[in-house]
Design a protein around this ligand. Sequence first.
Ligand code: ADP
Ligand code: MG
Length: 139
Amino acid sequence: MKERTLSIVKPDGVEKGVIGDVLARFEGAGMRVAAIKMVHLSAEQAGGFYLVHKDRPFYGELVEYMSSGPVVVVVLVGDNAISAVREVMGATDPGKAAPGTIRADLADSIERNIVHGSDSPESAAYEIPYFFREIEIQE
Ligand code: ADP
Ligand code: MG
Protein backbone atom coordinates (compact mmCIF):
# COMPACT_ATOMS: atom_id res chain seq x y z
CA MET A 1 0.00 0.00 0.00
CA LYS A 2 1.39 3.38 -1.03
CA GLU A 3 1.84 5.52 2.05
CA ARG A 4 3.38 8.81 3.22
CA THR A 5 5.67 9.31 6.16
CA LEU A 6 7.61 12.21 7.66
CA SER A 7 11.32 11.91 8.27
CA ILE A 8 13.80 14.39 9.74
CA VAL A 9 17.58 14.44 9.48
CA LYS A 10 18.17 15.76 13.01
CA PRO A 11 20.73 18.42 14.00
CA ASP A 12 23.48 15.84 14.60
CA GLY A 13 22.90 14.37 11.12
CA VAL A 14 23.15 17.77 9.47
CA GLU A 15 26.25 18.60 11.55
CA LYS A 16 27.91 15.30 10.58
CA GLY A 17 27.29 15.90 6.89
CA VAL A 18 25.18 12.80 6.34
CA ILE A 19 22.02 14.35 4.82
CA GLY A 20 22.83 12.73 1.47
CA ASP A 21 23.71 9.39 3.04
CA VAL A 22 20.42 9.25 4.97
CA LEU A 23 18.28 10.23 1.97
CA ALA A 24 20.17 7.79 -0.30
CA ARG A 25 19.35 4.96 2.11
CA PHE A 26 15.65 5.84 1.98
CA GLU A 27 15.71 6.11 -1.82
CA GLY A 28 17.60 2.82 -1.98
CA ALA A 29 14.76 1.22 -0.03
CA GLY A 30 12.26 2.36 -2.68
CA MET A 31 11.08 5.59 -1.07
CA ARG A 32 10.61 8.75 -3.13
CA VAL A 33 11.18 12.27 -1.76
CA ALA A 34 7.86 14.11 -2.21
CA ALA A 35 8.72 17.25 -0.21
CA ILE A 36 11.87 18.61 1.40
CA LYS A 37 13.02 21.66 3.35
CA MET A 38 15.71 22.77 5.79
CA VAL A 39 14.51 24.56 8.92
CA HIS A 40 15.95 25.62 12.27
CA LEU A 41 13.19 24.92 14.77
CA SER A 42 12.54 27.16 17.76
CA ALA A 43 12.21 25.37 21.10
CA GLU A 44 8.47 25.98 20.89
CA GLN A 45 8.26 24.41 17.41
CA ALA A 46 10.36 21.39 18.45
CA GLY A 47 8.23 21.00 21.58
CA GLY A 48 5.04 21.04 19.53
CA PHE A 49 6.38 18.43 17.14
CA TYR A 50 7.23 16.09 20.05
CA LEU A 51 4.13 16.94 22.15
CA VAL A 52 3.35 13.22 22.45
CA HIS A 53 6.49 12.93 24.63
CA LYS A 54 5.79 15.94 26.86
CA ASP A 55 5.55 13.86 30.05
CA ARG A 56 8.69 11.81 29.37
CA PRO A 57 11.79 12.58 31.48
CA PHE A 58 13.88 13.30 28.36
CA TYR A 59 11.43 15.83 26.83
CA GLY A 60 13.31 18.97 27.89
CA GLU A 61 16.63 17.69 26.55
CA LEU A 62 14.97 16.42 23.40
CA VAL A 63 13.47 19.86 22.69
CA GLU A 64 16.84 21.52 23.34
CA TYR A 65 18.62 19.07 21.02
CA MET A 66 16.04 19.33 18.22
CA SER A 67 16.23 23.13 18.28
CA SER A 68 20.05 23.25 18.54
CA GLY A 69 20.66 23.54 14.79
CA PRO A 70 19.06 23.16 11.38
CA VAL A 71 17.26 19.98 10.37
CA VAL A 72 16.15 18.59 7.01
CA VAL A 73 12.48 17.60 6.90
CA VAL A 74 11.19 15.30 4.17
CA VAL A 75 7.96 13.63 3.16
CA LEU A 76 8.72 10.17 1.79
CA VAL A 77 6.25 8.20 -0.32
CA GLY A 78 6.36 4.49 -1.06
CA ASP A 79 5.00 1.04 -0.33
CA ASN A 80 4.43 0.75 3.42
CA ALA A 81 6.56 3.88 3.84
CA ILE A 82 6.05 4.15 7.61
CA SER A 83 7.40 0.72 8.48
CA ALA A 84 9.93 0.68 5.61
CA VAL A 85 11.51 3.92 6.84
CA ARG A 86 11.53 2.74 10.47
CA GLU A 87 13.35 -0.41 9.34
CA VAL A 88 16.06 1.54 7.51
CA MET A 89 16.41 3.86 10.57
CA GLY A 90 16.96 1.09 13.12
CA ALA A 91 16.04 1.05 16.81
CA THR A 92 15.93 4.29 18.84
CA ASP A 93 19.06 3.25 20.78
CA PRO A 94 21.91 2.85 18.28
CA GLY A 95 23.44 0.23 20.58
CA LYS A 96 20.35 -1.92 19.95
CA ALA A 97 19.87 -1.04 16.27
CA ALA A 98 20.40 -3.80 13.70
CA PRO A 99 23.70 -3.70 11.78
CA GLY A 100 23.48 -1.73 8.55
CA THR A 101 20.73 0.59 9.79
CA ILE A 102 21.20 4.37 9.84
CA ARG A 103 21.32 4.56 13.62
CA ALA A 104 23.69 1.59 14.02
CA ASP A 105 26.04 3.04 11.41
CA LEU A 106 25.88 6.77 12.18
CA ALA A 107 24.36 7.60 15.58
CA ASP A 108 26.15 8.43 18.85
CA SER A 109 23.48 7.88 21.52
CA ILE A 110 19.82 7.13 22.24
CA GLU A 111 19.17 10.88 22.10
CA ARG A 112 21.48 11.96 19.29
CA ASN A 113 20.29 9.31 16.87
CA ILE A 114 20.47 11.14 13.51
CA VAL A 115 16.99 10.59 12.17
CA HIS A 116 13.26 10.72 12.88
CA GLY A 117 10.50 8.73 11.19
CA SER A 118 6.74 8.70 11.87
CA ASP A 119 5.82 5.59 13.87
CA SER A 120 2.17 5.15 12.79
CA PRO A 121 -0.42 6.48 10.33
CA GLU A 122 -1.74 8.68 13.19
CA SER A 123 1.67 10.24 13.85
CA ALA A 124 2.29 10.75 10.10
CA ALA A 125 -1.07 12.53 9.88
CA TYR A 126 0.05 14.91 12.67
CA GLU A 127 3.65 15.34 11.54
CA ILE A 128 3.33 15.90 7.76
CA PRO A 129 0.99 18.95 8.02
CA TYR A 130 3.16 20.23 10.91
CA PHE A 131 5.72 21.12 8.21
CA PHE A 132 4.08 21.01 4.77
CA ARG A 133 0.97 22.32 3.09
CA GLU A 134 -0.65 19.92 0.63
CA ILE A 135 0.48 22.10 -2.30
CA GLU A 136 4.12 21.57 -1.24
CA ILE A 137 3.89 17.76 -1.53
CA GLN A 138 4.61 16.32 -4.98
CA GLU A 139 2.91 12.98 -5.19
P1 ADP B 1 11.93 7.11 17.83
O1 ADP B 1 12.64 8.35 17.33
O2 ADP B 1 12.72 5.86 17.55
O3 ADP B 1 10.51 7.03 17.36
P2 ADP B 1 10.85 7.89 20.42
O4 ADP B 1 9.66 8.40 19.69
O5 ADP B 1 10.62 6.95 21.56
O6 ADP B 1 11.91 7.21 19.44
O7 ADP B 1 11.65 9.13 21.03
C1 ADP B 1 11.79 10.32 20.27
C2 ADP B 1 13.22 10.79 20.38
O8 ADP B 1 13.50 11.16 21.74
C3 ADP B 1 14.28 9.74 20.05
O9 ADP B 1 14.52 9.58 18.67
C4 ADP B 1 15.49 10.31 20.77
O10 ADP B 1 16.09 11.42 20.06
C5 ADP B 1 14.85 10.85 22.05
N1 ADP B 1 14.86 9.82 23.11
C6 ADP B 1 14.09 8.69 23.16
N2 ADP B 1 14.33 7.98 24.27
C7 ADP B 1 15.28 8.67 24.96
C8 ADP B 1 15.96 8.46 26.20
N3 ADP B 1 15.71 7.39 26.95
N4 ADP B 1 16.89 9.38 26.58
C9 ADP B 1 17.14 10.48 25.82
N5 ADP B 1 16.52 10.73 24.64
C10 ADP B 1 15.61 9.85 24.21
MG1 MG C 1 8.93 8.31 17.76
